[in-house]
Design a protein around this ligand. Structure first.
Ligand code: PML
Ligand code: MG
Length: 264
């Protein structure tokens, strides 16, 4: 097997997070990908970065390969809250806890009301936060998607496709691949990106339009887990184990009404 490299970029402005992205690539792809990531750091709607960190390292372990979560784009809902209530009621996450966490993401989930670079880890049903640092959170890393899968995704989605979406789907696929994870809720912290999602174990990735008001520079991710999860092992998996999504399952547009029958 050819050697694989991890390439990671993170950028900030006056100490505040602007953007981050990463890839897993072959040696001959390194230069092109490094340039793409630098351009991304310097052209972001959160502002122009004054600090860019680019890290390249050879992978010492073979990646885990797994297919992307099936995707559902939900339509015809009156309000996001109504939709989230419906989705949480199909999940093992109690409704009240789910909605409380959603509100937390909209107001800034760090203890000082700022956004976090990583995700919160929320135990179900207690609601206890398990991430060791509530300012930073936990970041899944060493992940990518294979080229053929991306081509299929682009072909199927046409103008529904965005880079943000692809990266979020891969990230969520990695997160949900771990045993005791129940779901993940995401509201982008990018002020102009108003599509979010809720991923549920055994069901899929539900894309939610207008999950936040346009222009709001707040957001974040919350990972819902069973109380019995081995947090140390989980964090090590998220942060260190290389993961490549390979295989596209489905993209369906469904109305909120159809949700229950789909999962009954
Ligand atoms: C982010 O900005 O990091 C989150 C992007 C969420 C993408 C949601 C989607 O388009 O399905
Ligand atoms: Mg972001």
């Amino acid at each position: 097997m050819k050697k694989l490299y991890s390439v990671k970029m993170r950028s900030s402005k006056e100490g505040l997070h602007i953007s981050g992205a990463e890839r897993i690539v072959l040696e001959e792809e390194l230069k092109t990908v490094a340039i793409q990531l630098i351009e991304r750091a310097l052209n972001h709607s959160r502002g122009k970065a004054d600090f860019v960190n680019l890290k390249i390292e050879e992978l010492k372990k073979n990646p885990v390969y797994s297919p992307l979560l099936p995707v559902f784009e939900v339509t015809d809902y009156k309000s996001v809250k109504e939709l989230l209530k419906k989705l949480f009621s199909l999940s093992k996450v109690p409704l009240e806890l789910g909605i409380e966490v959603y509100k937390k993401l909209l107001t800034g989930p760090a203890p000082n009301g700022q956004i976090m670079r990583g995700a919160m880890i929320v135990a179900v049903p207690s609601g206890k936060r398990l991430e060791p640092n509530q300012y930073r959170g936990v970041r899944a890393s060493y992940l990518d998607v294979d080229k053929e899968t991306v081509s299929i995704l682009k072909e199927k989605l046409e103008d529904r496709y965005t880079e943000n979406f692809k990266e979020a789907l891969v990230l969520s696929t990695k997160i949900l691949h771990f045993n005791n994870v129940l779901g993940e809720l995401c509201v982008s912290d990018d002020p102009d990106y108003t599509i979010g999602y809720l991923s549920l174990k055994g069901k899929g990735y539900f894309r939610i339009k207008n999950i936040k008001p346009q222009g709001l520079p707040k957001g974040g991710r919350a990972i819902f887990v069973e109380e019995k999860i081995d947090v140390e092992k989980f964090i090590n998996y998220l942060e260190k184990e290389p993961f490549i999504a390979k295989g596209f399952l489905s993209y369906s547009v469904i109305s909120v009404e159809e949700l229950s029958s789909l999962f009954s």
